[in-house]
Design a protein around this ligand. Structure first.
Ligand code: HAM
Length: 424
């Protein structure tokens, strides 16, 4: 006998009991994006591997060891399940010449894939909502993004999500800094752990990102990127800070914030929450002015961010009372005629905008009533052959004391909608 098949490690099912949390999040996010004038862009989950190598960077953790990459056997092409969507978004904007129509404010939603070691808040399939603004040099648009995020945390009812910002400067400034940092780290190479030694050669700025406490002091004393920054980036960063202060957004500067993807320059940031443990970033992003050119188009400035939905849902679950959605009506029916008539009534009730669960599978009224109760519906609409013959229904309130009434379908709608609206 063959055994049970389980989901792939690090990839989760979202069960119906959790669905209302996701729906609350998704509804809030859609409305939030609408009021800021962002339009959605949907790109495929699979892209050519080279897109990610070129954009995220060959020496990053994501590209080196976390991508789900395989060869399409039909044509030998190397494909990758997207580990993030900024690169795909830029690819699509270039491919469809969207920037000809002017700057683009875009958003996307969906699953991303990274072959990381699964732990609380870190999965191999996770979901992001991302926002990208292409063709705008900032820092006004960078500030818009941070103000947007702050509004979303308020809309979701989240507290304790704090903002850390940094600037990575121009590519030249970063190259100067990289040289200085490598010299410093080489002088102390014997103190580095294996991971950091590897990063020292491939991607030295990422050594600063190490979570190893044994390296904390070495990192604290490392040269600071701020000392190499170019004037333009510094000016933009100062301006961004003053825009944030004017908007009443609290933030702290974290000089060690370097991000794990190579495409960034200028301002970068992370929204973090201490209650999440090691995986504390709920949203992160910044400016990536070089990426559009790197992917093969005329240079244009860009910036954006993405948030991890699973991590935000942990916070929402802790802090926000989200009530599960219940149907307005559970429709019980028994008898040959009643079965047919009941199905017709259910459609009429739905025409009137009511959410109706139609009992299927037969059974006694008593057994059906148990199901009606368990469904959480506000009303039971009961149809026997008697009601079917007279073309009426019986309506029984389930969540408050009240009599069972016989009514025409139209009157039933009136009873249910009045009670339903005075309930809510
Ligand atoms: P990222 O920092 O790699 O940036 O991911 C953004 C967010 O996705 C993280 O802050 C975290 O909340 C969530 N996340 C990342 N990896 C995992 C995982 N394995 N499990 C659960 N959640 C995770 C980006 O992806 C950039 N594309 C953001 C961006 C958009 N920058 C500019 N535009």
């Amino acid at each position: 006998m063959s055994g049970k098949i389980q989901a792939v490690r690090g990839m989760n099912d979202v069960l119906p009991e959790e669905a209302h949390l996701w729906e609350f999040f998704e509804d809030t996010v859609r409305e939030w994006l609408r009021v800021y004038g962002y339009r959605s862009l949907r790109t495929p989950i699979l892209e050519k591997t080279d897109l990610f190598v070129r954009s995220i960077g060959a020496a990053t953790d994501i590209v080196e060891k976390e991508m789900y990459t395989f060869t399409d056997e039909l044509n030998g092409e190397s494909l990758t399940l997207r580990p993030e969507a900024t690169a795909a978004c830029v690819r699509a904007v270039i491919e469809h010449n969207l920037l000809y129509a002017g700057p683009q404010r875009l958003w996307y939603w969906g699953p991303m894939f990274r072959h990381e070691r699964p732990q609380k808040g870190r999965y191999r399939q996770f979901h992001q909502v991302g926002v990208e603004a292409l063709g705008l040099p900032g820092p006004d648009i960078d500030a818009e993004h941070l103000v947007m995020c702050a509004r979303l945390w308020r809309l979701l009812g989240l507290r304790g999500v704090t903002l850390e910002v940094n600037t990575l400067g121009s590519a030249e400034a970063r190259a100067r800094y990289r040289t200085r940092l490598v010299q410093y780290l080489e002088r102390h190479e014997e103190r580095l752990d294996a991971d950091s030694k590897r990063r020292l050669r491939a991607n030295p700025l990422r050594v600063l990102d190490s979570k190893n406490p044994a390296l904390a002091e070495l990192i604290a004393q490392a040269p600071k990127l701020a000392d190499d920054l170019d004037e333009r980036s510094m000016k933009a960063f100062d301006e961004l800070q003053s825009l944030l202060r004017e908007a009443g957004i609290d933030f702290s500067i974290n000089a060690r914030l370097v991000r794990g993807l190579d495409y960034y320059n200028g301002a970068v940031y992370e929204w973090v929450c201490d209650r999440l443990g090691a995986q504390n970033a709920v949203c992160a992003g910044g400016r990536y002015d070089g990426l559009i050119e790197q992917i093969g188009a005329k240079p244009a400035p860009a910036c954006g961010f993405a948030m991890g939905i699973e991590r935000l849902l942990v916070l929402i679950k802790e802090e926000v009372q989200v009530t599960a959605r219940v149907p307005d009506v559970y429709l019980l029916r028994q008898g040959d005629r009643a079965e047919r008539y009941g199905a017709r009534v259910a459609e009429l009730l739905r025409d009137a905008g009511l959410a109706v669960v139609l009992h299927c599978g037969g059974g006694s009224f008593k057994a059906q009533m148990k199901k009606a109760d368990a469904s959480g519906a506000r009303f039971a609409v009961i149809v026997g052959d008697d009601e079917a013959g007279a073309e009426v229904v019986s309506v029984k309130p389930l969540r408050e004391v009240g009599e069972q009434l016989r009514a025409s379908v139209r009157d039933a709608v009136a009873i249910i909608t009045n009670r339903a609206s005075s309930d809510s």
